[in-house]
Write a protein that binds this ligand. Structure first.
Ligand SMILES: Nc1ncnc2c1ncn2[C@@H]1O[C@H](COP(=O)(O)OP(=O)(O)OP(=O)(O)O)[C@@H](O)[C@H]1O
Length: 296
């Protein structure tokens, strides 16, 4: 078994990492309150979803175990973002089954019947899931520190002083403590994205979702964001990462899923899938990415 195949055990080794901001304490159990022992963090079976009668997800099967990093690649329009948004309940699942953090997303089984979640239940569920988008969406009038402290104060009800103290720890974790008092316009795109990651981490999520977090960045800023994500993986954070950064997926992912036409057409260990893709669509996609073309 090579290092890439070692999965979560590999992360135990990485915890010895001494880079600044790298946590050394063991991760809490991230399965979620309703999960049975051994249950994955994400368990998608035949997930279906569409917009206005147009089917976008056509039966997605996808599993993420605690502490694993699952990368998702695929052509534009194949449903990657839609699936990510289903994971945190931003889009409704219209068929199949999607369990995340031990809950059937959007429904609770009670008295032998499924009951739809209330907005309050959705909000409580989303608190455990950090999401980082292509666009950082920081509050322009607030400092980096206040952007990161905002959720813990307003959503978790933390005292402002405590929230700012914890926000500073998260900014340290992403290497931005020295920039804590700057506003977004005083930061580079890469730094703003790192603030967005710190903001998500400040909610102490059990699962982090990344939707092409480096796609909007100038090429020279991409690696500083990927480096932060490498650190999170080393800490044992459970992550689903939609990305066009094939090298990163190969290096950091425990698993790699290739989406096309709203299904996972190929799934496997990144080293194997990237070196020897089985499906014609995967081969064509990887060729176009490697040729520097925008995959269609
Ligand atoms: N809010 C929406 N309303 C209607 N159609 C949508 C909406 N969001 C996405 N779609 C459509 O769903 C399909 C899948 O989109 P999605 O963004 O999930 O693909 P993707 O694989 O993430 O693409 P990309 O790599 O370009 O981000 C596309 O055809 C898109 O036009």
């Amino acid at each position: 078994m090579n290092a890439r195949e070692a999965g979560p055990e590999r992360r135990q080794d990485r915890r010895q990492d001494t880079r600044p901001g790298t946590r050394t304490d063991p991760r809490p159990d991230t399965r979620g309150p309703g999960a049975a022992p051994g249950e994955p963090v994400v368990l998608a079976r035949d997930v279906r979803m569409g917009y206005g009668g147009v089917q976008v997800l056509n039966g997605v099967d996808f599993t993420v175990a605690p502490g694993e990093v699952s990368c998702v690649i695929g052509p534009s329009g194949s449903g990657k973002s839609t699936f990510l948004r289903c994971l945190n309940g931003l889009e409704p699942v219209l068929g199949g089954s999607l369990r995340v953090l031990g809950e059937e997303v959007g429904h609770t089984l009670r008295d032998g019947r499924y009951h739809p979640w209330t907005p309050k239940h959705f909000a409580a569920f989303r608190r455990n899931i950090g999401m980082v988008f292509q666009r950082f969406n920081l509050f322009a009038h607030q400092s980096a520190l206040d952007n990161v402290a905002c959720g813990p104060v307003h959503v978790l009800g933390l005292a402002p002083a405590k929230a700012r103290e914890q926000a500073m720890e998260q900014l340290e974790r992403v290497g931005l403590a020295a920039h804590a008092h700057k506003r977004p316009h005083q930061l580079s795109g890469g730094q703003q994205q790192r603030v967005a990651i710190a903001r998500a981490l400040a909610m102490n999520p059990a699962l982090m979702l990344f939707d092409e977090p480096t796609s909007a960045l100038d090429p020279e800023l991409v690696d500083e964001v990927l480096e932060v994500m490498r650190g999170l993986a080393a800490d044992g954070m459970t992550m689903v990462v939609v990305t066009h950064e094939i090298g990163f997926a190969g290096e950091v992912g425990d698993w790699l899923a290739f989406f096309a036409d709203g299904v996972v057409v190929e799934h496997g260990r990144p080293a194997e899938l990237l070196a020897d893709p089985r499906h014609e669509r995967t081969r064509a996609f990887l060729s176009s990415v490697r040729a520097g073309k925008t995959p269609a």
